[in-house]
Design a protein around this ligand. Structure first.
Ligand code: NAP
Length: 298
């Protein structure tokens, strides 16, 4: 028996189509166009690609896209001025500062300057605290996408044994909070975890967000488990560059019940959830009902 392959690419296309339909209805019915601003500082090549994709998909969803590109040597005060202007701009509903920022800029200070209502990345401490205390929050896009895939495959997650490998602020910790919110029994593993293989074998839901190519072996996986592989690792293999996840896919697919591939699993969900978050922020800022067709997946 081989695992079902969870098609994140197709699922993300569905989310984007639902966002686009609601955006069209908002424009036609209320005269409101959701706007997303992305601030990019410096010339990190991976960030350039992400920002280009975000812009393309924002426009395709019918939203307004504003891009602020600043040189690598930009002073923190200038970045903060842009954030303040975007906070005050009523045509902008989502603000995303692309990370990583150059070393002269204090990242927590910049994230703290974003209006929490427009914080579509969900990294502001107010949103982190809201998520942790079960209040309506802007939820970080990658874990939100993972949860949508899990809910789609498994339905009610209550009581399930979930293991999250990785405890970063952008993936591991919010993922654990979301799964706790779904009433899973959650274990968070990290680089100091003893006997990681044994911890992983407990998991009915295993989320790997580590950044180590194929760290999770096939025999670490509980038979029938649902495996969500967040990792995006570029490796050289047989003279070619390829992308692999944090899970040894070829081995895991023989054991798991379902698994996300890399690429084509979690990756496409991240931008789809960014668009969904921008739409949600727009509805909240205008006091309109939230797009139930998006949150219905949750
Ligand atoms: P990160 O900030 O580097 O965090 C990695 C986490 O993994 C840390 O908590 C670290 O533990 C843990 N870890 C490292 N080595 C380990 C080991 N040998 N055993 C157990 N735990 C270990 O990474 P991240 O930003 O969360 O990203 C994780 C992966 O997801 C990366 O491959 C990244 O490219 C990918 N990613 C994908 C998307 C997407 O859209 N699909 C979005 C974001 C990230 P300590 O805390 O103890 O150091």
């Amino acid at each position: 028996m081989t695992a079902e392959i969870i098609d994140g690419k197709a699922f993300a296309a569905g989310v984007r189509a639902r966002v686009a339909a609601r955006v069209a209805a908002l424009r036609d019915g209320e005269g409101i166009v959701p706007g997303l601003a992305v601030v990019l500082v410096g010339d990190d090549p991976a960030s350039q690609v992400y920002v280009r994709n975000k812009r393309k998909q924002t426009v395709e969803a019918g939203m307004r896209s504003e891009e602020i590109r600043l040189g690598a040597g930009t002073a923190e005060s200038e970045v903060l001025e842009h954030v303040a202007r975007l906070n005050a701009d009523p045509t902008i509903h989502g603000i995303l500062v692309q990370l990583p920022l150059p070393p002269q800029i204090d990242t927590p200070r910049v994230l703290a300057a974003i209006d929490p209502a427009k914080d579509v990345d969900g990294f502001h401490v107010t949103n982190v605290g809201r998520l942790a205390t079960g209040q309506p929050a802007m939820v970080p896009c990658t874990p939100l996408g993972c949860l949508m895939l899990l809910r789609d495959r498994l339905g009610n997650l209550a009581g399930r044994e979930a293991v999250v490998v990785g405890r970063s602020n952008i993936v591991g910790k919010p993922m654990a909070q979301l799964l706790l919110g779904e009433n899973c029994t959650v274990t968070v593993a990290h680089s100091k975890t003893r006997d990681l293989a044994e911890v992983c074998r407990r998991a009915e839901i295993l989320v790997a967000a580590v950044g180590r190519p194929r760290l999770v072996r096939g025999d670490w996986i509980r038979p029938g488990a649902t495996v969500i592989d967040v990792g995006i690792n570029r490796i050289e293999e047989n003279g070619a560059t390829r992308l692999v996840g944090d899970v040894d896919f070829d081995a895991a697919v023989q054991v798991a019940g379902a698994i996300t591939p890399v690429p084509g699993g979690v990756g496409p969900m991240t931008i789809a959830c960014l668009l969904a978050n921008t739409l949600t922020a727009c509805c909240r800022l205008h006091g309109l009902p939230e797009a139930a067709e998006l949150t219905a997946a949750l």
